[in-house]
Unconditional design. Structure first.
Length: 328
DNA sequence: GTGTGTCAAGCAGAG
DNA sequence: CTCTGCTTGACACAC
């Protein structure tokens, strides 16, 4: 069981998503941004390892405009060694990584242009995992897409596009049950038709379900992952923010709810991503809970990389020193 | 420096 | 019709 958080470390003084406006695109800016993002990503992963957080969702913005036609620069070859080195570190430390392409990736859109751009984005993000030399257990997590007034038709379009994906992308794509449109049951139908693994989101399941108890739902989702080709099933964990709109993620881990949730696993192994507002802070608290229950290994004893670079170091990192010093 | 409108991209539902 | 939320944060320009 690996524990992680998505994209951003709130205490770190660098961002792995530095970018710029499309209007100010230049190859110089692109190269500078990618170099800074990869350097920050390395520091992030090292910090995660030092804390025992072995699961991480990388952000979509490592290569700005990575699937946009304006970006004709051969970043794959220019940064090949950097991607390879990151992949070596990930494999050596036995980290699990993934991407979650954003809401613009809609494989079941009736608009062929949207489908094409969606596939381009999956190819871009998948190619980063390929460049890292990672196997099919490093996943691309997406939602089914839109409803367009006809659930069956919408699912059929997803299945058709999925079958036509480049094989390297299809091997990585997993679908997540969402909180309003496509439930675990819908995803299970898709799995039967396409073989796509289901990334289970416990909170979305609480928002949208057909009466399946949590323990059974976890078992059903886990069974859609091939133990070797797909690896340990991934899941997203969150809970309802108190006194907020239904479906809003909690600002911080509610340990009692998480303890209750863990009892529903009944020994099932999952790699768990904590989609919680305060990011690594809640992931660390969850890890502590799991250690109490002997479900996670002991705390690492190695050196802890600094959250902030020393003055003068790291010219590529933006001057954001104040962020690392901000009050809790 | 600090404040703030806006940023490549889609969809559904609330107000 | 417009605004919001979704993993959201960060750029860019005004002051």
């Amino acid at each position: 069981m690996k524990i992680g958080y998505p994209c951003v470390n709130e205490a770190m003084d660098c961002s792995a998503a530095s970018t710029f406006r499309l209007a100010s695109y230049s190859e110089e800016r692109l190269v500078a941004a990618v170099a800074a993002n990869l350097a920050c990503l390395r520091r992030l992963l090292e910090w995660n390892v030092s804390q025992g957080l072995y699961f991480f969702r990388m952000g979509s913005g490592i290569v700005p405009f990575g699937s946009h036609e304006i970006n004709a620069y051969p970043w794959q070859t220019h940064f090949g060694p950097e991607f390879r080195a990151l992949g070596e570190y990930i494999k050596q430390q036995e980290l699990r990584v993934s991407f979650h392409p954003d809401q613009f990736v809609v494989l079941n859109s009736p608009d062929p242009g949207i489908v094409r751009r969606s596939i381009d984005e999956l190819v871009y993000q998948g190619s980063m995992l390929d460049l890292m030399g990672l196997d099919g257990t490093a996943k691309l997590q997406i939602h089914v897409g839109g409803l367009y007034g006809d659930r069956e038709l919408a699912l059929s379009r997803f299945a058709a596009v999925h079958a036509a994906l480049p094989a390297a992308v299809r091997a990585r794509v997993v679908v997540e049950n969402d909180d309003r449109l496509f439930s675990l049951r819908d995803c299970l139908h898709l799995h039967e038709r396409t073989g796509v693994p289901i990334l289970f989101d416990n909170f979305h399941h609480e928002c949208l379900h057909h009466g399946e108890p949590m323990a059974g739902a976890l078992r059903l989702a886990a069974a859609t992952w091939h133990p070797v080709a797909d690896g340990v099933p991934m899941m997203d964990y969150s809970s309802q923010a108190p006194a907020e709109r239904r479906g809003k993620h909690t600002p911080s881990l509610v340990e009692e709810l998480f303890r209750n949730f863990v009892t529903e696993l009944h020994g099932l192994d999952f790699d768990i991503m904590f989609e919680i507002k305060d990011k690594e802070a809640s992931a660390l608290r969850a890890l502590a809970v799991l250690r109490e229950l002997s479900l996670a290994g002991p705390a690492p004893t190695g050196p802890v990389p600094p959250l902030a670079l020393p003055p003068g170091a790291g010219a590529s990192a933006k001057a954001k020193g104040a962020k690392a010093l901000k009050a809790p």
